[in-house]
Design a protein around this ligand. Structure first.
Ligand code: NAI
Ligand code: MG
Length: 352
């Protein structure tokens, strides 16, 4: 029995979450081994406009009791983005030590992705999510004058790099990926990236069954486009991982089909599963958002809780509806969010 907290958020976040929850209900009905209960929290920009805060002061204490969090998306033109992001998503990621950001990059047959290659693209990006280039250490001098200067520090800690590497190698072994590729730039960034290289290499020596390579980030972006089928697990620092993730998503079909997970590997706190996309104010309310990224995020959550079979069933169903051409306009179709959601639900019963 598991309890999950659900935060649909704003805009299309709510529309796609509805489909994910209907699917979860269907799965729980069909598969008696899966007992999941969930509670919905209305924390969002709308909530902020009413209460002056994105979530209650004891929000993290409330969430802490759950086994995982399913998140939609936030963002509303009436509320500054830095408020919605820094007062809701960031406190959860940081407060719950979700120092791994995880993104599967998988080519689904039937998607007209920009890379027209007939090869099997199936890899994951594991991004260090807590420190590195996004440590927010630094400052300004002579502000507002012509001599203005700014310094922003990258912080790599042995412990942080080691933990992210260990997660990557363990994951590779558990999922039978044969290779871990580390993104680096230690030819130019001599201090932090050399520490990164050293710690990753040291962890790799405990995994002799897994091929390890270290590749310069600039070359790596080219390889993502030229031969994406060769990757297994790609491990990257915060900034490099951020960029690689978006590149990875776009080579296999874009935001509408890109799920992600923010993981606390120790299990001391709940991990959070969310689509990569935002609240898409440009299409919110039209009922045409692609629910696949959200539904796939639900699959990652189920897998994380140990329900591998239902997670696989969801992925197979997604694959099936895409191949049938039951897709929203972002994938070139004419279906609505609800039609795609229902098609996935109908299909999942036969895959469970
Ligand atoms: P966005 O991801 O919301 O939208 C970018 C483009 O992709 C838009 O044209 C949108 O229509 C399209 N798109 C996104 N998801 C889609 C889906 N499921 N189906 C079909 N089309 C889809 O990013 P944008 O426009 O930069 O930001 C909008 C708001 O979302 C902002 O307030 C931003 O801060 C917030 N945001 C929130 C995130 C989160 O909750 N984790 C992540 C990214 C942005
Ligand atoms: Mg990003």
């Amino acid at each position: 029995m598991h309890n999950i907290a659900v935060i649909p958020g704003d805009g299309i976040g709510r529309e796609v979450m509805e489909e994910a929850l209907c699917l979860l209900e269907e799965i729980c009905k069909t598969n008696s081994l899966l007992t999941i209960e969930w509670e919905i929290f209305s924390w969002s920009s709308e909530y902020y406009l009413q209460h002056g805060e994105m979530m209650p002061k004891n929000g993290l204490d409330t969430l802490k009791k759950y086994d995982a969090i399913l998140f939609g998306a936030i963002g509303d033109p009436r509320v500054a983005d830095e408020v919605s992001i820094w007062d809701l998503i960031m406190p959860i990621r940081k407060g719950f030590e979700q120092y791994i950001n995880f993104r599967p990059i998988k080519q689904l047959a039937g998607i007209n992705a920009p890379l027209q290659i007939d090869k099997d693209i199936d890899f994951v990006i594991i991004r260090e999510n807590a420190e590195g280039e996004y440590s927010n250490m630094g400052g300004n001098l002579y502000q507002g004058t012509s001599q203005e200067m700014a310094v922003q520090n990258t912080v790599m800690t042995r412990e942080g790099v080691k933990k992210a590497s260990a997660f990557a190698f363990k994951y590779a072994r558990s999922k039978n990926y044969k290779k871990v590729t580390s993104a680096t730039k230690s030819n130019a960034i001599l201090h932090t990236m050399k520490l990164w290289d050293r710690e990753v290499a040291s962890v790799s020596s405990n995994y002799e069954d897994i091929h390890f390579e270290s590749v310069y980030i600039d070359a790596l972006t080219a390889y993502f486009v030229q031969r994406p089928e060769e990757f297994g697990v790609v491990l990257a620092s915060n900034l490099f991982g951020d960029i690689l993730s978006d590149l990875g998503s776009s080579i296999v079909g874009g935001l509408g089909v890109s799920p992600s997970a923010n993981i606390n590997p120790e299990g001391n706190y709940p991990s959070m599963f969310e689509p990569v996309h935002g609240s898409a104010p440009d299409i919110a309310g039209q009922g045409i958002a692609n629910p696949i990224a959200q539904v796939w995020s639900l699959a990652l959550l189920l897998e994380h809780l140990g329900y591998e079979q239902p997670a696989d069933a969801i992925l197979q169903s997604i694959q099936h509806v895409i191949q049938e051409g039951i897709v929203t306009p972002d994938l070139g179709g004419t279906c609505t969010t609800k039609q795609v959601g229902k098609a996935i639900r109908d299909q999942v019963k036969s895959n469970l």
